[in-house]
Design a protein around this ligand. Structure first.
Ligand code: PMP
Length: 455
């Protein structure tokens, strides 16, 4: 099939691991949802640059200048990957459908440490009075950072349409705010609001109706941030096409190494807030005052929230991965991954003891992330056996999405219960699940071995 490609070369393809049954086997990394192996191309780009690296934005020396160029060009590459229009770029800025903020002047791409860091940064710049709406099904990185805001947790929907309806109802009913110009459907003033939603679940792999949720948010004068940690590695993400206000993702799930992430989108709330971290790089001017204190003028660009010496290697890795995915033909990678999804689904369906977890139903579109339980098995023991007997690395547990997994397993989502690897007796309902996940670097053999092992 012309539209489908071969797997991209990744690190670790030849790593062998011992088996309890004797001998050794090449490691089958099927835990991409936790961290994907880095692309060989990313590693090569980093190796070529490493001897030349220097401090960014901090030196007149040649290598410092080179690193600064590389860092800023990486920002442009990520902007291009996400369809962002950076502040200061010529051309029409995209329409401002987001409520309450005035005309959009352009986007910022801010480099962070991870998706968790990106969403905590956004939480730190929310305007006063902001209400946050988040489904209980989110990863903890999207569920928990909003502690100082008024948060409404929305119940797990059982269809994509129900997700949109649930959000619309909650936004229409939101609390009045004395300080806002916006009007709710009931006529009263509404406070600024932010919806945080995942693009693809890290548990079920199911795709969420992001475009429809964004339209609902904007129709009610709210903004929306997309947690693309699991979507971006498996699917092109275009901020304009989806019409979301911000996108967050992590390098280590997008075939780059650990340590860097992205928050991209509207500049205004970011520019208006205190810096996320105070320090060098974020400040344009600092002077002593006559009263003994210090006056600071902060940057209004992305640098405002990037204080400290930036992780130029991590940032360059993300840009390299973005380019590699685009050059390989992301649509072809998606087509191949979907073939692997079908193979796993069909293979698991042949084992009557296996139950695949799903919120939106068995036929719902999903990326290469599939969780399941096996009747009569403790999920942690099952995952350990896949590793020890077949050299397959999967994940077991509640996947940092405790309320969602409890709902899917039919236990009480409000029960703080145990997490990690609780001991379920044979025949008891599972308290945690097994997750297999894969992507652009996965060879067919890993999937075949996995299906064989489960059988
Ligand atoms: N959101 C989702 C959907 C995720 O799957 C993850 C990572 N498992 C995160 C956020 C957090 O990513 P990180 O650990 O890189 O901050």
């Amino acid at each position: 099939d012309q539209s489908v490609c071969t797997p991209l070369p990744v690190l670790g393809r030849d790593v062998t691991v011992p088996l309890v049954t004797g001998g050794e086997v090449t490691y089958a990394a099927l835990d991409y949802a936790a961290s994907a192996p880095a692309l060989q191309r990313v590693w090569d780009d980093v190796a070529a640059y490493a001897p030349y690296y220097g401090s960014v934005h901090r030196g007149a020396g040649y290598l410092s200048q080179l690193s600064t160029d590389l860092f800023e060009n990486s920002r442009k590459a990520v902007a291009e990957f996400l369809g962002c229009r950076l502040e200061g770029d010529s051309g029409e800025s995209r329409s401002n459908k987001g409520g309450g903020g005035g005309r959009r002047e352009g986007d910022q791409v801010i480099f962070t440490r991870s998706t968790t860091d990106s969403l905590n940064l956004l939480a730190a710049v929310l305007p006063a009075d902001c209400q946050v709406f988040v489904f209980e099904t989110e990863h903890h990185a999207s569920l928990l950072p909003w502690r100082d805001a008024r948060v409404t947790y929305l119940n797990a929907p059982r269809t994509p349409a129900q997700a949109v309806e649930t959000l619309e109802r909650a936004l229409a009913d939101r609390d009045p705010s004395p300080s806002s110009q916006l009007r709710s459907s009931r006529g009263g003033p509404t406070s600024p609001a932010l919806v945080c939603v995942t693009g693809a679940s890290n548990v079920t792999g199911e795709l969420w109706p992001v475009k429809e949720l964004a339209a609902a948010a904007h129709a009610h004068g709210a903004r929306i941030v997309l947690d693309a940690a699991q979507l971006a590695p498996h699917h092109p993400v275009d901020i304009e096409e989806l019409d979301v206000d911000w996108v967050a993702f992590s390098g280590h799930k997008l075939y780059a190494p650990f340590g860097s992430g992205v928050l991209a989108g509207r500049a205004d709330w970011l520019q208006d807030a205190e810096p996320y971290l105070a320090g060098g790089g974020a400040s344009r001017k600092v002077a002593r005052r006559t009263d003994g204190g210090v006056d600071v003028e902060w940057h209004s660009t992305a640098a405002r929230h990037e204080a400290g010496s930036p992780n130029v290697i991590g940032v360059y890795s993300i840009a390299s991965a973005c380019k590699a995915l685009t050059e390989a033909g992301f649509d072809r990678l998606v087509a191949r991954e979907q073939q692997l999804v079908t193979r796993v689904r069909e293979g698991l369906a042949e084992v009557p003891q296996v139950k695949v977890l799903s919120l939106f139903g068995d036929d719902a579109p999903r990326v290469g992330v599939i969780s399941f339980v096996v009747e009569g098995w403790n999920s942690s023991h099952f995952a350990a056996a896949l590793s020890a007997e077949y050299g397959i690395g999967v994940r077991d547990g509640l996947f940092c999405a405790h309320p969602l997994v409890r709902t899917l397993l039919g236990s009480d989502p409000q029960d703080p219960g145990e997490c990690g690897a609780p001991e379920a007796e044979p025949g008891e309902r599972s308290l945690n699940a097994i997750r297999v996940s894969f992507g652009a670097g996965t060879p067919d053999e890993h999937i075949e071995r996995f299906v064989r092992a489960v059988k």
